[in-house]
Write a protein that binds this ligand. Structure first.
Ligand code: ZN
Length: 380
């Protein structure tokens, strides 16, 4: 073959390749739809994929819902529908993580006992973190001791206002690692109860609301989930650093980070927190959309950190729990998530091994919550 032939054929090939690339680039950059494009809420494509599907209405093992927000459990009329839903889903115990204190706590404990369901619910205590000033820590700790004597077995959920917006008496923001609160976390350690804390929100909520933000729809639907005003809120990373200082300062306290610490879009980062702090666990409520879009990496993470992850659901919507069972128990592919403003993508199953499911569903909760009812759980 002569040199000229080579260069000719190379030129032809190059030209062909360039025209293909150019065509592709052109279709993205300058082609416009010949019809008015639908809006983000109008476009609801029907999946035509046909693959094996396995609905899981009932969890494979009995479950502790570490992050329950049922209605206030003060009467048989409030309690019985929750128990009925729990029975259908194989939820054995629900943590009432809508926290309460004093009489609002004992009313619920008494009502659940009177209804015969003392082994189906446990109660976490609330902390009054508003207007903290010198001496507040001791007062909050004393109330906590009273609530634990009355039957509370944990603290929380401490809501996201703590760190984001809760103010001290002097008007400044209450830092999560404020020394005034040290006595509270040390009291929790002494009483052997977990502290269940929700810090911040998904990292994207702290970023500009532009068309590259993958949570654009949720932020637009719920303006109170926008934390990107730097004059009002810390950046995501600063907030998480403050939370980490708090948990590192109290290594004898058992901390449970709600929503897996909002690090599910970067599980390795959560793994580093677990590695550095043996006293920290994570609860997985309301982040299923992130786990289900990375089934292989999330599966490895769940296996590696199976002692550190707790099942929790957050909002009490019985019809949503089976999505969790399906993601954790099956290898199903490309199925719908229950809330389209969390995620416009589909989910995949992690097909977790039974020993991991057991730990996440109930064994870890039984280990860290004192005086947990054991009725209804398989022997460990
Ligand atoms: Zn919650």
């Amino acid at each position: 073959m002569r040199i000229a032939d080579v260069s000719l054929s190379t030129t032809v090939l190059l030209a062909l390749a360039l025209s293909a690339v150019g065509c592709d680039a052109q279709s993205r950059q300058s082609r416009v739809p010949t019809l008015p494009p639908p809006s983000i809420t109008e476009y609801q494509p029907r999946s035509t994929l046909v693959v094996p599907a396995h609905e899981v209405p009932r969890a494979k093992f009995p479950v502790v819902d570490f992050h329950g927000h049922p209605p206030r459990l003060t009467s048989p009329a409030a309690i019985q529908p929750v128990v009925d839903a729990m029975n259908a889903l194989n939820l054995q115990v629900m943590v009432q993580a809508q926290p309460s204190s004093g009489e609002r706590l004992t009313q619920q404990i008494d009502a659940v006992r009177a209804a015969g369901y003392a082994d189906r619910f446990v109660f976490f205590a609330s902390l009054d973190l508003n207007n903290v000033s010198p001496g507040s820590g001791a007062r909050i700790a004393a109330q906590l001791e009273a609530d634990v004597r009355a039957g509370a077995v944990g603290i929380g959920e401490i809501m996201k206002g703590f760190g984001l917006s809760t103010r001290k008496a002097d008007g400044t923001r209450l830092a999560m690692d404020d020394p005034e609160l040290d006595i509270v976390w040390e009291t929790a350690a002494r009483l052997g109860i977990p502290v269940f804390v929700h810090t911040g929100d998904p990292a994207e909520f702290f970023e500009p609301l532009d068309y590259q933000n993958e949570r654009w729809l949720e932020m637009a639907l719920f303006p109170d989930r926008q934390f990107n005003d730097r004059s009002r809120f810390l950046p995501f990373d600063d907030l998480m650093a403050e939370r980490n200082r708090m948990i590192e300062k109290h290594p004898n306290t058992t901390w449970v980070l709600a929503h897996l610490g909002w690090h599910t879009q970067d599980l390795a980062r959560l793994g580093e927190i677990f590695d550095r702090n043996p006293n920290v666990l994570g609860e997985l409520g309301a982040v299923l959309y992130d786990l289900g879009r990375q089934p292989r990496f999330a599966r490895e993470f769940f296996i590696k950190y199976s002692d550190r992850i707790l099942f929790g659901k957050d909002s009490f919507a019985p019809e949503e729990y089976p999505y969790y069972w399906r993601v954790f128990e099956t290898a199903d592919e490309y199925f719908d998530y229950y809330r389209d403003y969390h995620a416009f993508w589909k989910l995949y199953g992690l097909e977790l091994p039974d020993d991991v499911l057991r730990k996440v569903y109930f064994e870890n909760a039984l280990r860290i919550i004192p005086r947990m009812p054991t009725a209804g759980f398989p022997p460990q």
